[in-house]
Write a protein that binds this ligand. Sequence first.
Ligand SMILES: Cc1ncc(C[n+]2csc(CCOP(=O)(O)OP(=O)(O)O)c2C)c(N)n1
Length: 282
Amino acid sequence: MAGATSFHPESLLAELAEHARALRLDSLAMIHRRGAGHPGGSLSAAEIVAALYFHQLRIDPARPDWPERDRFILSKGHASAVLYAALARRGFFPREDLDRWGAVDCHLQGHPDRKLTPGVDMTAGFLGHGIPVAVGMALAARMQKQSFRIYVLLGDGECQGGVMWEGAMAASKYRVQSLTAIVDYNDVQLDGAVHEIMPLEPLVAKWRAFNWHVLEVNGHNLRQVLEALDTAGEIHGGPTVIIAHTTKGKGVSFMENRAQWHGAVPSAEQLAQAQAELRRTS
Ligand SMILES: Cc1ncc(C[n+]2csc(CCOP(=O)(O)OP(=O)(O)O)c2C)c(N)n1
């Protein structure tokens, strides 16, 4: 648990839970329509993305290039469906654009592209680069006396990559306190379990050894997620990582914890079943 003292009313938690549900529904509809995408890692991140976009991030959809905006980096760029769904819901572009996701002339491509899509801060897809880029952003902000924070969402499979840890080393060397990383720790990667393919444990100890402050939460518990985000903002002298324990495919019974739903497309019948389950969830 994060151990923060911040208070969040039930009404806010309920509102964010509704956003998370909508992000799941939108993500699956988008993937079905496009015939491509990554349901598992979009569903596992829904509460985290909802907490960021509908509460935490200091952003202005009318000014996507506002220099003082908080930055969000979806380092696990394959989960673009949930990011695009959040950006549309937050007002960065019309919801109808989601229907054209992946069309050659659409600003929404398979992986996020910062030059095309309003609100996207880093072009991603090649895993491992979110933290290194965030460190560069943070150091640039320091030089330019800007006060924005940077949030990076990582996959756990992504944490197997070396370049990410080079960025992690640099973040603590330069005492980048404006950086909060969140690991979507769903224990499933592209074609199997993380703990079997290349175990990360002890993950808390690894980040600590890289001189990061570490918080651990249930990534579907909005109260815990919000408290951890608040706590991270109060930590001085270095970066913070929130290890968020999640379930891949969360909310849809036949997708949960199944690697085959990492990058598969639901049929019309599967989509209908998923929608029914998500609408039933309180
Ligand atoms: C450097 C790199 N290697 C391989 C891939 C192919 N790839 C795309 S998604 C994925 C699995 C990622 O798993 P994880 O980080 O756990 O994501 P999540 O479960 O949250 O979807 C892989 C290997 C990639 N995008 N980049």
